[in-house]
Design a protein around this ligand. Structure first.
Ligand SMILES: [Zn+2]
Length: 110
């Protein structure tokens, strides 16, 4: 089980990471409709695709952090337990990914 001290430390790290991701998200443009795309050459990276991909990745990361923070707040004993198989998530995994709500074997999507 994850001790209360460790949970507090992970909560602090998650909140700080969330803040950084939110700032990154607000620096991106809101995804636009495809017909508003600028014409770009065939060999240039498409900024529309890049922008939207970043937007989706950041949003997904933030919602994963929100999910972990929600567990820490409302059901702290459940933090560190895989939502899929109910096994303990290894400490090494939580150390790297405190937002993990699933073990390495189970898919960690929402
Ligand atoms: Zn699992």
């Amino acid at each position: 089980m994850v001790s209360e001290d460790v949970r507090e430390e992970y909560k602090r790290r998650l909140l700080s990471k969330r803040e950084i991701l939110k700032n990154n998200l607000s620096s991106l443009c809101v995804p636009q409709q495809e017909d508003e795309r600028r014409e770009v050459g065939n060999y240039e990276p498409d900024p529309w695709i890049f922008n939207n991909a970043c937007f989706i990745v950041l949003q997904r990361s933030i919602s994963q952090i929100d999910r972990a923070l929600d567990i820490l707040k409302n059901d702290p004993q459940r933090y560190g337990i895989c939502e899929k198989c109910c096994q303990h998530i290894p400490a090494e995994r939580l150390e790297i990914m405190p937002q993990a709500t699933a073990c390495a074997v189970c898919p960690n999507y929402i």
